[in-house]
Design a protein around this ligand. Structure first.
Ligand code: NIG
Ligand code: FE
Length: 412
């Protein structure tokens, strides 16, 4: 099918070639005003200014008048925990009353609370809930997503979670990447015997996960009171032996050493980065590892926002993601993520959009097929309501400015 979209007010992130963006490069967001876009068989074919649509129009079998909508690549959400069995608003209330994230975890809340519930839920129940969440997110403009395990914490429950993610991958029209996060926390019975659980991850979980091809990446929650940098390295290296690249939770609550460990391992990304010092920033800046910032998690936990300006000044590649999970970011709305990155970390709208589209795609190794309006990439597109400018998108936070979402050339 050959489709021509006309009268696009702003055609956003138009690039003839694409690459991961570092530092200052993120401030450049190529936009064509008053544009047309041609799509063939679900892929982006060509674009131009409306004044030059002439002969291109005659090639089209179908025409869509965008009527002044702006068109962006869909959001690429490279860090979520979308599969979970139950919400945790009771902990939200505990936090309002003054308990910290670590105190809630120490009370048996937090990740262990989610694990207890997930262990009891059936694969079908988990799939149905996750499918509903995924569908909602697609209508909010998400066109590719990474999903982690990590609420199982036993061999059976981790495999169950990853099988749910595999089903989402098979059923969904958007790319889904799966990350094995068995090392999310220590189950209670291994609290004093870390090596026992690490052995389970390495010898019982990983071979079966690799055997069933259930994961693309390996993740560890590298944090004080969770996994040390040494434990993180051991677990990631074991995963890497099966071809799983590292994408790790680093420097969220403390200076955990996670960023330095991730860089040393050549991780695809180190994620969170609320708590950074010069050593962590310098390590990231000297590497190709992507720093994935999760502003809604910082917001929800009332933590200082990630030092995005410093990371960009030092030349880091940064991406934005939602961290959608029941404990620290019970929202997967990437529009809010983009907006909060501007208000909370002072990203410019151009930087935020690049970080949530193109760099997000690279943080899932999807940079060659998504994240920009580039010939040959998938036509996964957001059609907005009429916008006076691109900056209006993060500015008017909380308002749904999305009119329609297109996946592989079809409106959903
Ligand atoms: O990315 N920090 C670790 N994991 C999640 C939260 C998990 C939870 O509280 O359930 C996160 O924020
Ligand atoms: Fe997370």
């Amino acid at each position: 099918m050959n489709l021509l979209v006309t009268n696009i007010h702003h055609l956003v992130n138009v690039r003839t070639e694409s690459k991961l963006l570092f530092g200052k490069e993120l401030a450049e967001l190529p936009v064509i005003e008053n544009a047309f876009l041609r799509i063939q068989d679900g892929l982006i074919k060509e674009w131009g200014e409306m004044s030059s649509v002439g002969t291109h129009g005659s090639l089209a079998e179908e025409m869509i008048d965008a009527k002044g909508a702006s068109v962006l690549p869909t959001w690429c959400d490279s860090h979520t925990h979308l599969v979970f069995a139950a919400s945790r608003e009771d902990e939200f209330v505990d936090k309002i009353k003054g308990l910290s994230y670590a105190e809630i975890a120490a009370k048996g809340g937090g990740i262990l609370n989610s694990a207890k519930k997930l262990q009891k839920a059936s694969e079908d129940e988990l799939f149905d809930q996750a499918w509903k969440r995924l569908t909602e997110l697609m209508h909010l403009g998400t066109g590719a997503i990474e999903i982690k395990s990590g609420y199982g914490l036993t061999v059976d429950a981790e495999l169950k979670m990853l099988r749910v993610i595999k089903r989402l991958k098979e059923r969904s029209s958007i790319p889904v990447k799966a990350t094995f996060l068995g090392a999310h926390t220590y189950p209670l019975e291994f609290k004093e015997y870390h090596q026992g659980y690490i052995d389970q991850i390495i010898h019982d979980m990983l071979p079966r996960i690799a055997g069933e091809k259930l994961a693309d990446y390996i993740d560890v929650f590298c944090e004080e009171g969770f996994f040390s940098p040494e434990e993180t390295e051991t677990i990631c290296r074991a995963g890497m032996q099966y071809g799983l690249k590292a994408k790790i939770h680093a420097n969220q609550l403390n200076l955990s050493g996670g960023t330095e460990t991730g860089v040393k391992l050549g991780a695809l990304s180190v994620d969170h980065l609320e708590t950074m010092d010069t050593s962590a920033i310098e390590a990231l800046a000297g590497s190709k590892t992507i720093g994935t910032l999760l502003p809604t998690a910082a917001f929800f936990l009332r933590m200082p926002f990630q030092p995005a300006r410093t990371l960009l000044d030092k030349g880091c590649a940064i991406a934005l993601a939602s961290d959608y999970n029941p404990g620290s970011s019970p929202s997967g709305n990437m529009n809010l993520v983009v907006s909060m990155s501007c208000t909370g970390m002072k990203l410019l709208p151009e930087e935020a959009i690049n970080a949530a589209t193109l760099n997000g795609a690279y943080a899932m190794e999807l940079g060659e097929e998504l994240g920009s309006i580039t010939p040959g990439k998938k036509a996964n597109l957001i059609f907005t309501k009429p916008l006076p400018s691109i900056a209006y998108l993060p500015y008017a936070f909380g308002t749904n400015l999305i009119e329609k979402v297109m996946i592989n050339g079809d409106f959903i």
